[in-house]
Design a protein around this ligand. Structure first.
Ligand SMILES: [Zn+2]
Length: 459
């Protein structure tokens, strides 16, 4: 739509963001200080006075004192596990899975929906605009995503605990979810999600890979996540998770999002770099469980696309910027030097890399990208001074000093979901009250239910 004002032709735009410091991984700090949105896309980046002279915006955001970043992409989580925050905090590996599967077996669809609403609220509050999710009752997560305005790649967890007779039913349920949501909501991307090589039968893994190829769906599974998995896989297959998956043809002609990718041999890396494999690494969550520190530099040097996730809320907050800060510090510790990964690289991992893994045109501030971006309030004691020019501290301040709590405005698909810390698409108070009620019931029921025999719970 155009309007003629005086002799100048004005173009319609839905949203104009002005007076901003624009920062993304490809460009670092932009020269431009404004961006313009039409529909769900960024259409132009430029100087504010220039864009204001050419566009008639429906809405304007004054971003004075704010840094605009691409929305953060949480590349691996189990969002409904907000119900289990702090649950099973003292166990890892087999013990953790036993406890989680016991309480998860008590979940009904409404629990999963309420847990997902709370997780979506937490992510919006902390500047996460898109996430990749693995869980049960996935239609309920999709419902929460639809309502809250976030973007998500959703896979219904397929898990047969290495019982091949269950593989067919699990696969059918995963496919049915993907079919229901293919093309239904422009913010939801269905994927196929076998739980992991050490918890699924070869039949389920092989068939899931074949169906993914046939239907052009990407796969999302846990890969090389801890020493327990490594031991189990060696006992069962005589090799590593990655080599076993390769022998099954799992990676052939498939895009695979591999959560954790923590314990990989050099041979594993050589296999993965030849395939369309993307590592979704959850540094803080894995450190919390004592599983180890992911060496992101090593993965990047092997030519693998590395993106950041939080894992489920039982392991970490859904605040990806806080997780990115820990990832940054952990790399310095691991390599014995500051900036072992540049802050700009960490920003890439938290934004563009996740978008690339999910084939989403977002993660960068550029024309044609989806309008998914956030405003970070840098007008605060812990984020000042902000220095531009050759000695710029802008990227260090974002990655090392900021957390998601500093995000004050969130835009997804061109829609403002949070404005000046006011949540516009979720009633957080109501959601947290419901979460509390649902969680109390589940925790009490789990405490009353008998301890599972190990061979019931685990493969
Ligand atoms: Zn996980």
């Amino acid at each position: 739509m155009t309007h003629r004002i005086g002799r100048r032709k004005m173009q319609h735009c839905d949203l104009l963001v002005r007076n901003a410091v624009l920062v993304d991984a490809p460009s670092g700090v932009h020269q431009a200080d404004a961006l313009c949105v039409v529909g769900n896309r960024i259409v132009e980046i430029g100087r504010g006075e220039d864009l204001a002279a050419r566009y008639r915006p429906q809405q304007t955001l004054d971003a004075s004192g704010r840094v605009v970043l691409p929305g953060l992409i949480n590349a691996h989580t189990h969002v409904s596990a907000t119900l289990f925050r702090g649950y099973a905090a003292d166990v890892a590996g087999r013990g953790f899975l036993e406890r989680m599967w016991r309480i998860e077996s008590l979940l009904g669809p409404e629990d999963v929906y309420v847990g997902a609403l709370a997780g979506c609220a937490e992510m919006i509050r902390h500047g996460v605009t898109g996430f990749a999710n693995h869980f049960l009752h996935m239609d309920q997560v999709a419902r929460a995503v639809e309502e809250t305005g976030l973007r998500a790649a959703l896979s219904r967890t397929m898990l047969d605990r290495q019982e091949p007779s269950l593989a067919g039913g699990e696969l059918a349920a995963g496919i049915a979810f993907a079919e229901r949501w293919q093309g239904r909501c422009d913010r939801i991307t269905p994927m196929l999600g076998p739980h992991a090589a050490y918890t699924c039968s070869d039949r389920l893994l092989r068939d899931a890979a074949q169906e993914a190829r046939r239907r052009r769906l990407a796969l999302h599974l846990h890969v090389a996540e801890n020493a327990y998995e490594r031991r189990l896989m060696f006992q069962r297959t005589g090799t590593t998770t990655v080599i076993h998956l390769q022998r099954l043809g799992f990676f052939d002609d498939n895009r695979v999002l591999g959560a954790h990718s923590l314990m990989l041999s050099d041979e594993d890396l050589r296999v993965l770099m030849r395939h369309d494999f993307h590592a979704a690494v959850c540094v803080a969550g894995k450190m919390h469980r004592g599983h180890g520190i992911a060496d992101l530099r090593r993965l990047l040097d092997a030519g693998i696309n590395v993106c950041l996730g939080t894992d489920g809320p039982a392991s970490d907050r859904l605040d990806l910027l806080a997780g990115a800060r820990i990832a940054h510090i952990a790399q310095n510790y691991l390599h014995g030097r500051p900036c072992a990964l540049e802050p700009r690289t960490i920003l890439h991992l938290a934004t563009a890399a996740g978008a690339d893994a999910l084939h989403w045109p977002t993660g960068r501030l550029a024309p044609g990208q989806w309008a998914d971006f956030i405003l970070l309030d840098t007008d605060q004691a812990h984020l000042r001074p902000l220095i531009h020019g050759p000695q710029s501290n802008v990227l260090v301040n974002i990655i090392h000093y900021a957390t998601g709590a500093d995000v004050d405005t969130v835009v997804v698909n061109g829609r403002i979901l949070m404005r000046k810390r006011e949540m516009l698409s979720v009633d957080t108070r109501e959601v947290l009250d419901r979460l509390q009620r649902h969680a109390e019931r589940l925790w009490h029921e789990a405490a009353r239910s008998p301890q599972p025999r190990s061979d019931d719970a685990m493969p």
